[in-house]
Design a protein around this ligand. Structure first.
Ligand SMILES: [Zn+2]
Ligand SMILES: [Zn+2]
Ligand SMILES: [Zn+2]
Ligand SMILES: [Zn+2]
Length: 311
């Protein structure tokens, strides 16, 4: 996740599914993309506008990134987003509008107290947005861990065949080797809980994307290049990007970060979604980064002789 921004969405057990209206006798046209709607977004407000799930989701994410609250693009009513782990669906409900609360609070006050109230509300809305993001992240976590386990099962680590016959202890898999294998398996990418895919990018590439999002210059602007290279001169410093599974801050010089290709365009992770290499290997292959070598299932038999798979 980008630490600089925030987000929200509704989903459940199966990350492939997103809440939609199942009764669709007629094909409707989405008010945003004008395509025939295959998944109609079920709105929590009284708007009679038809949105496809993708556009509705994207509109909530844009709103969240612009004003720290997801709102209906038509009536602007605040929308609460939850991920229903049981069904794998996004669930939308009404949130109490903060503007109405503000009007009541400021009624009859002088200019100075109103200014102080505004300042306090601004801080509050930022922390509420962070809470929203944390809540959704906690709701999606089990589904994301399951997707990583499935990725590991579909792209297994090589089995040490020789040791089976000889009865000698099987080779252990190092964290680095497992990470390298996961990177090679990237043709079959791990799935993100938002139904998109996680792609492995370098710290430089991730920093570039972050700059594109937050800097007021295009990538070919000299100032953009200057700022980017100043970051890269400090490879061990932390990017304002954290792993969404362990919360670890990632460094500019990190060789591999698994980031969702959808970036911040879904309310499910409106501040992007990142998984560090350690978490990917841990959850996909049950290999811990701390250990110099970790034994695979075959190597559970007692033995002193551990062959470390080279990088
Ligand atoms: Zn649409
Ligand atoms: Zn509405
Ligand atoms: Zn995603
Ligand atoms: Zn992590």
């Amino acid at each position: 996740m980008d630490v600089l921004a925030t987000s929200a969405v509704e989903t459940s057990g199966d990350p492939q599914k997103i809440v939609s209206d199942t009764k669709e006798p007629e094909v409707e046209e989405c008010a945003i993309c004008f395509d025939a709607i295959t998944q109609l977004a079920k709105l929590p407000c009284s708007c009679k506008v038809a949105y496809c799930m993708m556009c509705w989701d994207q509109a909530l994410a844009q709103s969240y990134n612009a004003c720290w609250q997801s709102r209906c693009p038509t009536c602007r009513i605040p929308v609460r987003v939850d991920y229903d782990a049981e069904t794998g669906c996004l669930v939308f409900s009404r949130e109490v509008p903060r503007d109405e609360q503000a009007d009541e609070e400021d009624a009859g006050l002088e200019e100075e107290p109103i200014r102080r109230n505004r300042m306090r509300r601004m801080m509050t809305s930022h922390s509420t947005a962070l809470e929203d993001r944390r809540r959704i992240s906690a709701q999606t976590r089990p589904a994301q861990l399951r997707l990583l386990r499935e990725f590991g099962a579909a792209n297994p680590l090589p089995q040490p065949e020789a040791s089976i016959e000889s009865g000698i202890q099987a080779p252990a898999m190092t964290f680095q080797a497992a990470a390298a294998i996961a990177a090679c398996a990237a043709a079959v990418r791990p799935q993100c809980v938002c139904r998109s895919q996680l792609e492995r990018v370098s710290g430089l590439e991730r920093t570039k994307r972050l700059c594109q999002r937050h800097l007021p210059y295009p990538p070919d602007h000299p100032e953009f290049e200057r700022i980017l290279s100043s970051f890269m001169e400090r490879p061990n410093e932390s990017l304002p990007v954290q792993c969404d599974l362990c919360g670890e801050s990632l460094a500019f010089g990190t060789p591999g970060i698994w980031t969702c290709e959808r970036g911040n365009s879904t309310i499910l992770h409106a501040s992007a979604y990142d998984v560090c290499e350690s978490c990917l290997v841990r959850y996909a292959y049950n290999v811990e980064p701390g250990a110099s070598s970790v034994q695979t299932e075959l190597s559970q038999q007692p033995s002193d002789d551990v062959l470390v798979v080279p990088l």
